[in-house]
Ligand binder design. Structure first.
Ligand SMILES: Cc1cc2nc3c(=O)[nH]c(=O)nc-3n(C[C@H](O)[C@H](O)[C@H](O)COP(=O)(O)OP(=O)(O)OC[C@H]3O[C@@H](n4cnc5c(N)ncnc54)[C@H](O)[C@@H]3O)c2cc1C
Length: 461
């Protein structure tokens, strides 16, 4: 049995490792375009900021370690076409030589690639940071050019914000630009305000509602970022305006692309073409609260989907006619967490605009509380926003922004969203309490009570 995996990071290597362990006689071949396998992209902002000394610290397992585990790993090699009828993948190595790799099963785990807006100067002067080698390149430019003082980061999503913070930590003058009227579009504007103020307190110049028009290089190494409202001087421009799922090669082979622009897969990560699986940033998943198909690019999904794909591939190659893997990927609820400057930011489920787009009738509550018992030396502070469905009381989403170990509390709300718990039920769940960690009534249960009252549902505790 021969498995070819395209993409040597989170989803691809999780699946490949599972197949090698479970099916010791399987011939597992990994094709990776870049120089690294199994690395933490999530650590790139800390590499850029200098908190981590070198890219190798972010590598979990090297190509040689995977080879020792029994795989064939081709680095610097790109998959450029699939012939689904012949079951071959055409690959091109660093010397531009092409060959066909035959497969019984193919896992497409090529992730997503950063969007470079089609604007004058963007491709020549804008740096994107997605893979580890791109993070290394950005750090290399900063180390090699001590004259860099002014940086513009375009895109105020979590990656742009994390990079902006890292650049300020390097004593640079940073402007963060976005065409949206708020930072971090996955939060509601009233919650995003807290984040914007934290960025500004940290010294980042935040410019919102401003559209990038061009990046010019009028003189030497100094660039000018031109927007519809003005121009900013910058020796370095970082583009963090989102990433597009890498689907072109499998789509050309007949794999269906869904409404989100990512590959359609079933709950075993099978694409619509027999013999081809896909997992990670390149696939879409069912949103369990809205029911929509969404492409949410997170390492947490990529690892789980890679595992599900690996389990299904082992089952299918054993008995292609009937076997399916025991594990099924259920879908996502949009849980995400980040830390920007002193603030922890977490969200799950739907925000108000997403609830409206899904046609749901809901109520929202918003309040501020301490993160620990108020009499503790450092009680922290947490801004809470929660949404529940009118009529049923089903929790639709939660957002937390604050200090004092608040971020991972979102996992409780994420579980409520995933299992479809109502705010009536949530009020009496047995959640942990001790003064250093929270209050007798957990903030999420306080929110559930407020929502039950707003929605006139019983009981209200
Ligand atoms: C700066 C940053 C911070 C992040 N922080 C977080 C976080 O805190 N939490 C979180 O959950 N997620 C985070 N993410 C997202 C997370 O890293 C991704 O969701 C995850 O890495 C996706 O895994 P993947 O295996 O699908 O794709 P990738 O990790 O993108 O791996 C795909 C691999 O495929 C290779 N490839 C692409 N095309 C080809 C081809 N044609 N042939 C051969 N190889 C190819 C690429 O070189 C790449 O190595 C962050 C991402 C970035 C960029």
């Amino acid at each position: 049995v021969r498995l070819v995996v395209v993409g040597g990071d989170a989803a691809g290597m999780t699946a490949a490792s599972h197949v090698v362990r479970a099916q010791t006689d399987a011939d597992v071949v990994v094709v990776e375009r870049g120089p690294y396998t199994s690395y933490s992209m999530c650590g790139i902002p800390y590499l850029v900021g200098g908190e981590i000394d070198g890219p190798e610290r972010l590598v979990v397992r090297t190509p040689d370690e995977f080879r020792e585990a029994g795989m064939t790993v081709h680095m610097g090699t790109e998959a450029v076409a699939i012939d689904a009828a012949a079951r071959t993948v055409r690959v091109r190595d660093a010397q531009h030589r092409e060959r066909d790799e035959p497969y019984d099963a193919l896992l497409w785990a090529a992730g997503a690639h950063p969007v470079v807006p089609p604007l004058p100067g963007a491709a020549e002067h804008g740096l994107v940071v997605h893979t580890l080698d791109e993070g290394e390149r950005l750090r290399g430019v900063l180390d090699a050019r001590p004259g860099i003082r002014h940086v513009v980061v375009v895109g105020a999503g979590y990656i742009g914000m994390e990079l902006a913070e890292a650049l300020v930590r390097r004593q640079l003058d940073v402007t963060l630009l976005d065409m949206a009227p708020q930072v971090m579009g996955s939060l509601d504007p009233d919650m995003a305000d807290h984040v914007q103020r934290a960025l500004e307190r940290f010294g980042i110049r935040v410019r919102l509602g401003e559209v990038l028009l061009a990046i010019r290089e009028p003189a030497g190494q100094c660039r000018e970022v031109v927007t519809d409202r003005g121009a900013y001087r910058a020796e370095l421009v970082v583009l963090a305006v989102g990433a597009r799922p890498s689907v072109d090669v499998p789509a050309a082979a007949g794999c269906e692309v869904g409404v989100s622009g990512a590959l359609r897969v079933d709950d075993r990560m099978r694409t619509t073409v027999p013999g081809i699986w896909a997992a990670g940033d390149c696939v879409e998943a069912r949103h369990l609260v809205s029911g929509a198909e969404v492409n949410i690019q997170l390492g947490t999904h990529a690892n789980k989907q890679g595992k599900v794909a690996g389990i299904d591939i082992v089952a299918a190659v054993d008995d292609p006619a009937s076997r399916r893997g025991d594990a099924a990927f259920p879908g996502v609820v949009g849980t995400a967490v980040t830390k920007v400057c002193e603030l922890e930011i977490a969200r799950t489920g739907l925000n108000e605009s997403q609830a409206q787009a899904a046609g749901l009738e809901y109520r929202a509550v918003r309040f501020t509380s301490t993160a620990r018992s108020g009499y503790m030396a450092d009680p922290g502070r947490v801004h809470v926003k929660m949404l529940a469905e009118a009529g049923t009381g089903r929790l639709l989403g939660a957002q937390l922004v604050g200090t004092g170990n608040v971020a991972k509390r979102i996992d409780v709300a994420a579980t409520w969203c995933q299992v479809g718990l109502t705010v009536q039920q949530a009020q009496l769940l047995d959640l942990a309490y001790s003064p250093p960690f929270g209050s007798v009534w957990d903030v999420l249960q306080v929110g559930a009570r407020k929502l039950a009252r707003e929605l006139r549902l019983s009981p209200v505790l």
